[in-house]
Design a protein around this ligand. Structure first.
Ligand code: LMR
Length: 337
């Protein structure tokens, strides 16, 4: 009888050791979801981060990248992250408004930056760090900003002057500032997930949209848009975020490795973005289906004059101190156009 009991204890012990060591071998899995194409800068950066993390943790961490809204789409991805159904995202700042972080919409202010270096002066500096910190009360860790240059306008009629927007149904992200921007131009804004934009343009549900050329090219929006106006009228970039409970729960050495990989991926993104957008513009030009409209200095000034009312109207909503700190950092003067 005693022999039998010893055997049972021995088998149970072996089983426990085997299953514990098997458990110890299970990788930590990070689901990284986003809404654009795999070859857009954001898609390339997510894959770059995956490679760095899996190499450096020797497989202890596995990053699963989900491009093109296949896992979660606009309007659901941030909540999915807060619930822990996905561990990392990189939404545009305007998409944080609906969850109550209205300050992020300051980056949607039209003509806020004159060039990508001015973007970096804000997002890659103390102001950007302060903004990322604001997410923690929402159960989110803000890891970085990836600066993807500027939004251009695409449409099915040529847009040169503000009056050309009159009556146009323009798809926008879920941002009150962008809503105000389109209404100031006389357009009719329609909030829509990025994954639905191609079909909405193709069927005429909307007439136009705004995005950097890399998204216009990689998501083939040029196929269903006759005109691309190189307006550079607004910042386009991403706040890279993680579920806070997941991130804080990582073994400290693993978290440190991921932070190092995120720093290098941010440098990579901010290094390639301009070239990616320039190459995308060339690709759209070569496709020959979309007329490229460039604005004269006067035409661009007319947009700016029209859109400074958004700065006046929406300053309160995002926080006047935050807006002023950005003006001070870049030397922006809404009265000097
Ligand atoms: C959009 O919704 O138009 C953009 O946010 C797409 C993206 O993530 O770049």
């Amino acid at each position: 009888m005693r022999m039998r009991v010893n055997w049972i204890i021995l088998v149970a012990l072996v089983f426990t050791i085997a299953s514990t060591s098997a458990l110890a071998q299970q990788p930590i899995v990070i689901k990284f979801s986003h809404v654009v194409a795999s070859d857009a800068p954001k898609g390339k950066a997510a894959e770059y981060f995956k490679r760095l993390v899996e190499e450096r943790t020797k497989g202890a961490v596995k990053v699963e990248v989900y491009h093109n809204s296949v896992l979660f789409k606009d309007g659901e991805e941030v909540e999915a992250l807060q619930l822990g159904s996905v561990q990392m995202l990189a939404p545009t700042p305007g998409k944080f408004g609906p969850m109550g972080v209205r300050e992020f919409e300051v980056l949607d202010f039209p003509f806020l930056f004159d060039n990508i270096d001015e973007e970096h002066k804000v997002t890659q500096a103390p102001i950007g760090k302060r903004m990322l910190k604001m997410l923690e009360s929402k159960g989110i860790v803000g890891l970085a900003f990836w600066d993807n240059g500027f939004k251009e306008m695409t449409s099915n009629k040529p847009i040169r002057r503000p009056e050309d927007f009159k009556g146009q149904k323009i798809r926008i992200q879920s941002s009150k500032v962008i809503d105000a921007q389109m209404r100031a131009l006389g357009a009719i804004p329609q909030v829509m997930g990025f994954g639905e934009v191609y079909q909405a343009l193709q069927t005429g549900v909307v007439d136009g949209q705004e995005n950097p050329t890399s998204n216009v090219f990689q998501s083939k929006l040029y196929e269903v848009q006759k005109y691309l106006t190189m307006s550079d009228h607004g910042y386009h970039g991403y706040a890279v975020i993680a579920n806070k409970k997941f991130w804080d729960g990582l073994p400290p050495n693993v978290r440190a490795t991921l932070e190092g990989a995120m720093k290098e991926t941010t440098d990579y993104f901010n290094r390639i973005a301009k070239q990616e957008n320039d190459d995308a513009l060339e690709g759209i030009r070569r496709a020959g289906r979309t007329e490229i409209v460039t604005l004269s200095a006067d035409e661009r000034r007319a947009w700016k004059r029209m859109l400074m009312k958004v700065h006046a109207e929406m300053g309160e909503k995002v926080g006047k101190d935050l807006l002023k700190s950005i003006y001070d950092e870049t030397g922006f003067d809404p009265n000097k156009l």
